[in-house]
Design a protein around this ligand. Structure first.
Ligand code: AMP
Length: 253
């Protein structure tokens, strides 16, 4: 396998408590800690392991986003990706960009880069869409294997395990293919300081969606974003009988 393309998205860090903007058009992003989408760390790790096992020759990380997405790409490079492509959009465009656009961008790059495999996370933790892998595969007419928890490669074919309700499904796909990765696939490595230093010298190519002929006009309109309803305080009951009586009164039993 010559080349693996990995999609890495810059998202609000998973540990940050997200706040909705007062005008309800979205969430506050300014001055908030961002990091690589956690599932994308797993995707990069898997691609780098493929390279280490000599199953792949080159790992190319791609991120579409504003200038700061280059930090996310540097992390991917420090984890072991060989080079990176930054598909730059303005912060305003980034707020409106959707999986359909990202899919078209990654599909175009997969062709331009002659990739054999595209690996993405199963979902971005900010928009929870879980659409990108499926739509890349549809655009390219390649097989898709989603939510992979184990991947093995043998002669132009991948054997994949997926955790499904009540068990593990095993399937085979021929490459070229698109895969999305699940939590238990691997444990991503931390970038070491020497590798962070080395990553500074690795190339990041900058392009725009327009260069790839991708129109990023929004197809959906976000009507409003609201905070979840806050939970009511609970109450402590002295014994099980009182609990049952209370549940009955509330219509739960
Ligand atoms: P989603 O379909 O939005 O839940 O995203 C699924 C996966 O697609 C993510 O885990 C990333 O691997 C990839 N992806 C989504 N948005 C981007 C982006 N802006 N740049 C690069 N990859 C992305």
């Amino acid at each position: 396998m010559a080349r693996v393309l990995v999609g890495v998205k810059r998202v609000i860090d998973y540990a940050v408590k997200v706040r909705v903007k007062p005008d309800k058009t979205g969430v506050v992003t300014e001055g908030i800690k961002h990091s690589m989408n956690p599932f994308d760390e797993i995707a990069v790790e898997e691609a780098v392991r493929m390279k280490e096992k000599k199953l792949a020759q080159e790992v190319v990380a791609v991120s579409c986003g504003p200038l700061q997405s280059q930090e996310t790409l540097r992390t991917a490079l420090a984890m072991g990706a060989d080079r990176a492509i930054h598909v730059e959009v303005t912060p305003a465009e980034y707020e409106m960009i959707q999986p359909i656009h990202i899919s078209k961008i990654l599909a175009k790059l997969a062709c331009a880069e002659k990739a054999d495999l595209v690996i993405v996370g199963k979902q971005a933790i900010d928009d929870d869409c879980n659409q990108t892998a499926q739509m890349i595969a549809g655009t390219l007419d390649w097989p898709a294997a989603t939510f992979c928890s184990k991947i093995e490669k043998n002669d132009g074919e991948l054997t994949i395990a997926r955790e499904v309700d009540g068990g593990v499904e095993v399937l085979k796909v021929k490459i070229p293919a698109v895969i999305s990765v699940d939590l238990r696939l691997n444990e991503p490595r931390y970038a070491t300081l020497p590798n962070i230093m080395k990553a500074k010298k690795k190339p990041i190519k900058k392009i725009t969606p327009k260069d790839l002929g991708v129109d990023t006009t929004s197809r959906i309109e976000i009507v409003s974003v609201e905070e979840p309803v806050s939970r009511k305080a609970g109450s402590i009951v002295p014994d099980v009988d009182t609990l049952i009586t209370k549940l009955k009164e509330a219509g739960h039993a």
